[in-house]
Design a protein around this ligand. Structure first.
Ligand code: NDP
Ligand code: 8X3
Length: 262
């Protein structure tokens, strides 16, 4: 028997990526650019976003539009979405990636600002962007929403209460969206990575480089490119296949706290 290999072709298709100024979002822009997609990229740090746009263009993107986006603000999401609508009425892929962790305080020492930022970005931001962009996907064969969750949304750990809670919310929102969109062509995937070496820990530890480095000491973590390649693989599956949930971890990490270090 010969294996039939078909792919969803992404050439010239519109791909929207939030949090494209670094880490997974930047690597995803390059990966989707390399197959000739058109990219709408959002983040707050415009200088870094423009660098991503340059890299994606060099990789082969058909067009790239880097625009300011703060997912924690409804008006910013509206502006970003309206700029998208001026360019296209049809989106193939939405990657809800913007987010991250802030602090490692136990609940009894938690800071309002950290909690609010984590829920505003990982949860409410994802909802706002989905509400604005998914209407442009409802008639697109093989459309895909990738919501970036985390193993933290599946397994709690000390110091992770709000982040684990926010990513658990992401997983439940993804499941609800999957049900609500059933009967439309739109697929929904919760992509839930374990430890990946990006700016994630630098942000979590508020710029403390030595604490951030310690997270990855003696272990080959996932890279942003590993995640981007997985995102591309998901989007290229034939239209009748929906991967609802995908958990991906370094081989050396069996659980958030079970890491084999050299
Ligand atoms: P990075 O810190 O490298 O990237 C985070 C991105 O999110 C940046 O581009 C940042 O852009 C953007 N972002 C943050 N807040 C906002 C906002 N309010 N509006 C718009 N964009 C925002 O980390 P990662 O690439 O690792 O993180 C990407 C996603 O992956 C996050 O959701 C994170 O929780 C998740 N994740 C990460 C893991 C890891 O170990 N690295 C594992 C599992 C999940 P800017 O600051 O310019 O706005
Ligand atoms: C990031 C992975 O395990 O540090 O989402 O929370 S973890």
């Amino acid at each position: 028997m010969e294996l039939k290999r078909t792919k969803t072709d992404l050439k010239n298709k519109w791909v929207v990526i939030t949090g494209a100024s670094s880490g997974f979002g930047r690597a995803a822009a390059v990966a989707f650019g390399s197959v000739g997609a058109q990219l709408m990229l959002g983040a707050r740090r415009l200088d870094r976003l423009r660098e991503t746009a340059q890299l994606a263009t060099e990789a082969g993107a058909a067009s790239v539009c880097p625009l300011y986006l703060d997912v924690s603000s409804t008006s910013s999401v509206e502006e970003f979405g309206n700029a998208l609508i001026e360019r296209t009425q049809e989106v193939q892929v939405l990657i809800n990636n913007a987010g991250g962790a802030h602090g490692v305080d136990p609940v009894l020492e938690g800071k309002d600002e950290d909690w609010e930022t984590m829920f505003q970005t990982n949860v409410l931001g994802l909802l706002r962007v989905s509400r604005k962009v998914i209407p442009l996907m409802l008639k697109t064969e093989g459309a895909l929403v990738i919501n970036v969750g985390s193993i933290a949304g599946r397994v709690a750990y000390e110091g992770g209460s709000a982040y684990c809670g926010a990513k658990a919310a992401e997983l439940q929102i993804s499941k609800a969206l999957r049900l609500e969109l059933c009967g439309s062509p739109v697929r929904v995937t919760s992509l839930d990575p374990g430890m990946a070496e990006t700016d994630f820990s630098l942000v979590r530890f508020k710029g403390n480089e030595s604490k951030a480095r310690e997270v990855y000491r003696g272990v080959e973590a996932l890279s942003a490119e590993d995640i981007a390649e997985t995102m591309l693989w998901l989007a290229e599956r034939p239209a009748h296949i929906c991967v609802d949930e995908l958990v991906i971890k370094p081989t050396a990490q069996a659980a958030p706290h079970k890491v084999a270090r050299k």
